[in-house]
Design a protein around this ligand. Structure first.
Ligand SMILES: [Fe+2]
Length: 152
């Protein structure tokens, strides 16, 4: 039986399902704003990557290689269930949100969106999101949404 996407998110707390949902909301909103300049944005990849980017986390602390573990889980899920997802692009999105090593390829727009949406949700912490770490100018315009989603 196909494992439901939600069952892949095991982590509770600050990297749990609420964080995944907010990153999904922020990344889809951002992608929609960017469509005029990037009409080929893969919305399906944005949806899957935003929900599952942290699924490989084993703790809420500095889990340095969790992005690689997330890619492993997502890839197995896609192939085991014969799903029609762009594993290559999803992997780039997930790796880029927590890139330990510098990637040796051009970063796709979808990956920049996921990374920024994840950073925007730092609004869930008291310290908030520091705009200087955001990659896309458009992201800086939606800090209000990240605050709204976190009841600030
Ligand atoms: Fe995250």
């Amino acid at each position: 039986m196909e494992k439901r996407i939600i069952q892949l998110i095991k982590q509770k707390g600050i990297h749990g399902i609420e964080h995944a949902n907010r990153v999904m909301c922020l990344s889809l909103y951002l992608a929609n704003k960017l469509l005029k300049d990037y009409p080929d944005i893969d919305m399906h990849t944005i949806l899957i990557s935003s929900l599952l980017h942290d699924c490989g986390r084993s703790n809420d602390r500095n889990d340095k290689f969790h992005a690689y573990k997330s890619v492993e889980i997502i890839t197995k899920w896609v192939y085991d269930n014969n799903l029609n997802h762009n594993v290559d692009l999803i992997s780039k999105c997930v790796i880029h949100h927590n890139s330990v090593y510098k990637e040796n390829y051009e970063i796709p727009i979808e990956a920049k969106i996921i990374a920024d949406a994840d950073k925007l949700d730092r609004e869930r912490f008291r310290s908030g999101c520091n705009p200087k770490y955001l990659e896309l100018e458009e992201s800086k315009k939606i800090i209000w949404l990240a605050k709204l989603l976190n009841n600030k």
